[in-house]
Design a protein around this ligand. Sequence first.
Ligand SMILES: N[C@@H](CCC(=O)N[C@@H](CS)C(=O)NCC(=O)O)C(=O)O
Length: 215
Amino acid sequence: MAQIPTLYVTQGSGNSFKPMQVAAQLGLQCEVNYLNVLAGESRTPEFLSINPLGQLPYMVLDGGVGVGESNAIAWYLAEGSELMPATPLTRAQSIRWMNYEQTMLEANISPVRFFTYIVPEMQKDHEAMIPVWRERGNQGLAVLDNYLGRNDFVTDHGYSVADIAVFGYTHLADEGGFDLSQFKHVSAWIARVQEQPGYLPIDQLLTGQSQNLAA
Ligand SMILES: N[C@@H](CCC(=O)N[C@@H](CS)C(=O)NCC(=O)O)C(=O)O
């Protein structure tokens, strides 16, 4: 990779996990900056001048070009590597599952996990939505489970950046009270992803220490 990206990430986040896992597995050189979302560091004037949405992860390339959205950043970092699906079918399958992750998995698993596990003191403010997110998340996991009963990975490429994207919040669902043992094919796929060479668990990837990941 010609440019050395700067990644802004936060700890414990399935979204920040994705580009960091790609970078770690490919041995990419990146500058990594941590922001503490719970301390408001993603909403400071300084960070909002970098990413007006204030969301993490965020990537800045040489020359100041910024890229938001965890799946887009992971995709950029995986370009040209063995993690990048290369055929029209496998690239279409990637977009399908990366969109599905954002709309059916992350969109439901992340808020339940956030308000029941990360900041449980805020749970009472979201009592009405938690069962809704939980039901939709279980529906999302059931469709993924059915697919993974017939496929080892989410695309026909084999293990890819699309698996890392879908894995981001799926493997953290139990922390939001989702019963992953109900989803046997998802559970077997989680184990397959964790067995990939260079895989690092989230706590080892997102250490909270800003650092230069050496190539
Ligand atoms: N769709 C976005 C979602 C990003 C997102 O919601 N990030 C959360 C952390 S997981 C965040 O930055 N929250 C802090 C904030 O919005 O200030 C992605 O996939 O990158």
